[in-house]
Design a protein around this ligand. Structure first.
Ligand code: HEM
Length: 444
């Protein structure tokens, strides 16, 4: 549609026009302010900040409805901000029926029962990482914990060695930097390294088959789609996608959760005293801080969507973030309410056929991370007065310096004797010891 025609359509549809560019980094929480202001302007907006302008759908009911209409709103585009994709993602870019078939293969691996099977491993790795940090008295939560834990867990979920975590992490960081348009060459090199890593893992399993009930890649090697084996390149892409989709989101979620808890000691103390509340608290945090605040979609045919004249080829922004803060759906949506009813109706994990594949894993790792952390480090504060920033496009706190007093008496936690050293530095947590970037140590 030409710009002149589009302007006429806009006038006829009466939608407000937004010029806000959501790709730029902003001071922490500014994105939510902007998003809420957009929703207050109306349920539908036209955003012209990018080369390809797009419709914005802001209210909960409309967003949910559109997420459940994959025949009209196609996943050929998954971000309204960068509709031209330069690399493949699976199963994200598929539409039904191909998408349905691939999800059938993948779902079982990420189902609650499969996630629970990993619990002992997840728990011990999480405790190990926390015990490494605790005697130091401070850390950058984002780089010292929030990305290390999910990276190790991701490798464990795929039955790949957690000992590859260190080298893997460096490449993962390079790829994430490119989300903000930085260091693209390093990101391309790291993408090649990661794809090659999965390629080598496939070769190892072709040579020496593993148990298909325990090993993700072996399971994919014996699975079929449409009566044919899954192509090798697709297996690599599936692994790469799970990595991209799972690591940055979990890191970001932990960043926002710890930032909130650092500033709310009453809530922190309540949760530390009543650990059974952590799962409810995590769900409400996930609602309150939607990181993937938008899904993009491509309109596949002309339609009138609640009075908005959409045309085939238009790009649509489905506002997961504005939906989660929609007062028509959630009372007092901008506040944390641990007793909120139907909290799991939030759209932070999306909805419809593309609902997050890793949501059970994500919930599980977030609950383990916060509960184990607060058993060992119940009190802490933000160790900087400088302005913190969040990355645009998919939200992520760039850094979160924390500090705490080192109280040796909290070292001994009766339920886990094997992983609680009697003195700092004598435990098993030495594999990746390194100095923390931003803190002051205050021994008591
Ligand atoms: C707090 C953490 C997480 C958040 C907020 C989150 C959010 C989302 C959202 C909103 C979608 C839907 C995208 C769409 O509709 O196009 C999605 C899809 C997906 N997520 Fe997550 N995610 C998280 C953690 C994870 C983890 C740990 C994994 C690890 C496997 C994962 C893997 C995926 C995959 C593979 C998809 C694509 C599903 C499909 O297209 O069928 N996510 N996620």
């Amino acid at each position: 549609m030409s710009e002149v025609t589009k302007a006429a359509v806009m006038k006829a549809s009466g939608c407000p026009v937004s010029h806000t560019d959501y790709t730029v980094p902003r001071p922490l929480f500014e994105t939510y302010e902007l998003l809420n202001a957009e929703r207050e302007q109306g349920p539908f907006l036209w955003n012209d900040s990018r080369r390809r302008p797009f419709w914005m759908i802001t209210e909960y009911e409309h967003v949910l409805e559109a997420l459940q209409m994959p025949d009209v709103f196609s996943n050929e585009v998954i971000s309204a901000l960068s509709p031209e994709h330069t690399f493949d993602l699976l199963p994200q870019f598929l539409d039904p029926p191909e998408h349905t078939a691939m999800r059938r293969v993948l779902n079982r691996w990420f189902a609650p029962a499969a996630v629970r099977r990993l619990e002992p491993l997840v728990l011990s790795r999480c405790i190990e990482l926390i015990e490494e940090l605790r005697p130091v008295g401070g850390c950058d939560l984002v780089s010292d914990f929030a990305i290390r834990f999910p990276t190790d867990l991701f490798l464990a979920t795929l039955n790949l060695p957690m000992s590859d975590g260190d080298v893997f992490l460096g490449h993962v960081e390079n790829v994430f930097k490119s989300f903000a348009g930085r260091e693209l060459e390093a990101a391309a090199r790291s993408t090649d390294w990661i794809r090659d890593y999965f390629d080598r893992a496939i070769t190892a399993r072709e040579r020496e088959p593993r148990d298909t009930e325990m090993d993700f890649i072996s399971r994919l090697l014996v699975s079929e789609l449409g009566g044919a084996p899954i192509p090798r390149e697709d297996i690599i892409t599936i692994c790469y996608t799970a990595m991209l989709a799972g690591l940055d989101t979990t890191r970001s979620a932990l960043g926002y959760i710890f930032h909130h808890l650092a500033r709310d000691p009453d809530l922190r103390h309540r949760l530390t005293g009543e650990p059974s509340l952590w799962p409810k608290a995590v769900e409400e945090f996930v609602r309150l801080y939607p990181l993937v605040y938008m899904d993009g979609r491509l309109v596949t045919r002309d339609l009138d969507f609640h009075g908005v004249p959409m045309r085939k080829g238009d790009i649509v922004w489905l506002g997961l973030g504005t939906a989660n803060h929609d007062p028509k759906k959630f009372a007092g949506p901008r506040t944390f309410d641990i007793d909120r009813e139907h909290v799991n109706h939030h759209l932070s994990f999306g909805a419809g056929p593309h609902r997050c594949l890793g949501m059970h894993l994500a919930r599980h790792e977030l609950v383990i991370a916060v509960s184990e952390w607060h058993k060992r480090i119940p009190d802490y504060e933000i160790a900087t007065t400088e302005q913190l920033y969040e990355r645009g496009a998919q939200l992520s706190i760039n850094r979160l310096p924390l500090r705490w007093e080192v109280l040796w008496e909290v070292l001994w936690v009766p339920c886990c004797p094997s992983t609680n050293p009697a003195a700092p530095g004598t435990g098993a947590a030495t594999r990746r010891r390194r100095s923390c970037s931003a803190m002051t140590t205050r021994d008591s």
